[in-house]
Design a protein around this ligand. Structure first.
Ligand SMILES: Cc1cc2nc3c(=O)[nH]c(=O)nc-3n(C[C@H](O)[C@H](O)[C@H](O)COP(=O)(O)OP(=O)(O)OC[C@H]3O[C@@H](n4cnc5c(N)ncnc54)[C@H](O)[C@@H]3O)c2cc1C
Length: 375
């Protein structure tokens, strides 16, 4: 009998647990540990912020859904892992102390390094969890004139909700006949094609931004904030009445001291999703060291590869599944400007880019499908 421990109840951890439960016999024990028993469907948080869905629509209870698949669930905070002793130290929660494992899947996501931007905590909104999305939504409701600024900090790896928020605000103001009252600006630490990973996608999004009179300011690395001003690394200032910023990302601190990460704390894995130089430990999702945006689609694909290989490792078979890094996302403009992008990041092939109202609909249907098939 093998004890398999999965750390993190996000896209990666949940799919890894489901696939392992399908592949492993009943004699093996699978346990998922996460700090909250709620699974949150993050791509829906922009709609939550703009009042188009409720908290109950974007999350579900993990304990029962895991138990239905014969996976134990423990609500607890992971402090560190010890690959030599094969234990995980739990700081607090339903259990405390050390949990032993035979095989481990590390899926703790990324850390928000808000401390790197002076004044972030006091003056910026973000929407990277349910509570923050709701409080950003309240601030949006109060804004009836001035300037709204949206953007990513240097080291943030999530462009999609930045553009979706700017489009959602523009459409709301257009519907109310108040568009001219608010100047909307998107700032980027780089250029639009680098941010989206493709020149054609950048051109399509620029056209959609222009259609809504949303200005785009490239190459601005915001370094500090006051109540109404963002200051960049080169001293430019950007005034605002409302600011939504995606803070810098870093890898999970639970892996940071083990010598298995790059300088930003992301875990080095091979294409089997096993941690480089370690048997029996896999890492998947936002915590891993891959280029490009941190996306749920990649976390899911990596979870499938890790589960297949972990099951082979338990059975003493060679690891046959390989992950090929790719980027796939939809930016929902709530209409004909909505954009789909797919790019294989292991080749120099250009991305497949499609644009149209269909992709707005498809993104919402995908959310429903996810809920039905995983909850
Ligand atoms: C607003 C927003 C919009 C997005 N839009 C899209 C989109 O349109 N398309 C797309 O593909 N992706 C999108 N993403 C990105 C996507 O949600 C992430 O890439 C995905 O969630 C990564 O999955 P993961 O399992 O690696 O990490 P996560 O989903 O972050 O899961 C990590 C889990 O580990 C838990 N955890 C962390 N640390 C600890 C600890 N120390 N102890 C115990 N538990 C811990 C967390 O609570 C969480 O449950 C969006 C993200 C956000 C925030």
């Amino acid at each position: 009998m093998a004890k398999v421990l999965i750390l993190g109840g996000g896209f990666g951890g949940v799919v890894a647990a489901e696939r392992l439960a399908e592949r492993l016999g009943d004699e093996h024990q699978i346990t998922l540990v996460s700090r909250s028993r709620q699974f949150v469907f993050y791509p829906a948080l922009v709609r939550l912020a703009f009042g188009n869905s409720q908290p109950a629509d974007v999350s579900f209870d993990l304990r029962q859904t895991m138990l239905n698949r014969r996976v134990n669930f423990i609500e607890a905070e992971v402090a560190r892992i010890d690959p030599l002793q094969r234990t995980v130290t739990i700081a607090h929660g339903e259990v405390e102390g050390r949990l032993p494992y035979d095989y481990l899947v590390f899926a703790l996501g990324r850390r928000l390094a808000t401390e790197r931007i002076i004044g972030f905590y006091e003056h910026a909104h973000h929407l990277l969890n349910v509570d923050k999305a709701i409080s950003f939504g309240k601030a949006v409701k109060k804004l009836n004139a001035g300037r709204a600024v949206f953007g990513q900090c240097f080291g943030a790896r999530l462009p999609v909700p930045v553009y979706e928020s700017a489009f959602a605000l523009a459409r709301r103001l257009e519907e109310k006949g108040e568009r001219e009252r608010v100047r909307i600006t998107v700032v980027s630490p780089t250029t639009l094609d680098l941010e989206l990973g493709d020149v054609n996608a950048a051109a399509a999004i620029k056209k959609a931004l222009d259609a809504h009179q949303i200005e785009f300011l490239p190459n601005l690395q915001i370094q500090s904030l006051t109540e109404d001003t963002a200051v960049t690394a080169t001293g430019e200032t950007i005034n605002f009445n409302l600011l939504m910023l995606v803070p810098p990302f870093r890898g999970s601190s639970a892996a940071s001291y083990l010598g298995i990460t790059n300088e930003e704390g992301y875990i080095n894995v091979t294409s089997t999703m096993r941690i480089a130089g370690h048997e029996r430990i896999y890492a998947i999702g936002d915590c891993t060291n891959y280029d490009g945006p941190k996306m749920g689609h990649a976390a899911v694909r990596q979870a499938e590869v890790a589960a297949a290989n972990l099951a082979s490792e338990i059975d003493g078979r060679a690891l046959g599944a390989r992950y090929q890094h790719e980027m796939r996302f939809v930016i929902d403009e709530l209409g004909a400007g909505s954009l789909y992008l797919h790019k294989d990041l292991s080749t120099d092939e250009p991305a497949t880019v499609k644009q149209g109202r269909f992709w707005s609909w498809a993104k919402q249907v995908h959310e429903e499908y996810w809920k039905v098939s995983h909850s």
